[in-house]
Design a protein around this ligand. Sequence first.
Ligand code: NAD
Length: 502
Amino acid sequence: MSQTLEHLSVSTIGHHIGGTSITDSERFGPVYNPATGEQTGQVALASAQTVREATTTAAAAQRGWRRLGLAKRSQILFTVRQLIDERRAELGAIITAEHGKVLSDADGEIVRGLESVDFCTGLMHHLKGEYAEQVATGVDVHQTRQPLGVVACITPFNFPAMVPLWMITTAIAAGNAVILKPSERNPSAANWIASIFEEAGLPAGILNVVHGDKEAVDEILANPGITGVSFVGSTPIAKYVYSTAAANGKRVQALGGAKNHMVVMPDADLDAAADAAISGAYGSAGERCMAVSVVVAVGSIADELVAKISERIPGLKVGDGTHPDSEMGPLITAAARDRVAGFIASAQEEGAEVLVDGRNQHFDSNGYFIGVSLVDHVKPGMRVYDEEIFGPVLAVVRVDDYAQAVELINSNRFANGTAVFTRDGKTAREYEFDIEVGMVGINVPIPVPIGAFSFGGWKDSLFGDTHMYGPESFNFYTRRKVVTSRWPDPSESQIELGFPTH
Ligand code: NAD
């Protein structure tokens, strides 16, 4: 949906390359306030040539950056942390204006993003190598970690600050230069973050923001100057990015979509489980890759649990994210809202029971609002179960026992997050052992790991092998080099054509 919008008095959101804002572009895309439906900006959409120029700029800057002392790099990240924390409200307002999520939720994503910055301030520790003395007589071996060079970070709309911070902070801490290609639907947070990094002392050219769509991404995937690609987004695009970048010889991690199941065992506290289901399903209008989209009710508690979830729904306040009493905002686009409505219609047609129909809630606004929905008696094979909805729709699947719950979840192609609600330690421990999902919550509905661990799903929720942020991220953004050294006395030198052994 690109167009030139010069006739409209909206602000132009340009690229940020080499420390400079660049608004020239042959193509622009519209940016909306989802709470009002008004166009608030136009974002430059990069051509392949713009990506090439940014890559050249980044490569030149990276040569100096990797030589800078680690203590100085660390100091810059401490300052980044302080500046973002001091101006959280400013960034939160930008997120809400272009994404729609409520201000408290926008603040939450900033706080979680700052965990990555916290972790990276200890970069000197994370970049330490290894050393083995005397592996053979007079021979020592050590391993160092060196940056990849220029890496690209391609991010989704639903966390316009947190996901970029997950990626760029580690990439930069490890000595790389970055091309950040944020979602074109809410591009402003990325520019704000780039300015903060430079205000904190990051040299120009280390963090470049290139806005765009498929044209920009395709150049990133092909450009030989970019050696690593981190991606977060939907599964079809994650697969495409993974296979194309890997075929072009790049290191790539591509995180995809999700369908997260929350199992409620018969011994669980049903009030706590109902609260958790509501929070996990409808927070951020369900536009979270760790949202609870399916409650799996085990055994005889299903009716009581569904009743408890239903009775909580009328109390939820859906409205403009800038209003202090709103708990859930609009969806990102009109198309996303209509797609969610389509899932409710299909659920009815396919025999599920729509207990609460979000399409019935009226909003006095042109924003992309839809109420929350609760759908019971959902089964695999129905669209509402098989596909990622990415909206405020909670499906309930009823199963007889624990084994059926595990079988259901392990048969799903997505495997990002899951949770079990129980008061029995043995069941919790078995669930952790049995379940084939990357991130597990025990009485925790949205188990996003703290910044000192790493984030990632399994199966169709992640292509590649390294998870994001935390320790695994330092593995992703560095190449290990192993050095074997010997300092012999010249008098011991001799010719030896055999393969070296100990
Ligand atoms: P998306 O896949 O549409 O877009 C992600 C990025 O890819 C954007 O930067 C976009 O510009 C680019 N892109 C879109 N279409 C492309 C194409 N045809 N070719 C090349 N690049 C393309 O995802 P989205 O709608 O922005 O985000 C929502 C999705 O992200 C959901 O599926 C959600 O589950 C997923 N997500 C996953 C995680 C995770 O950690 N696994 C986290 C957040 C979001």
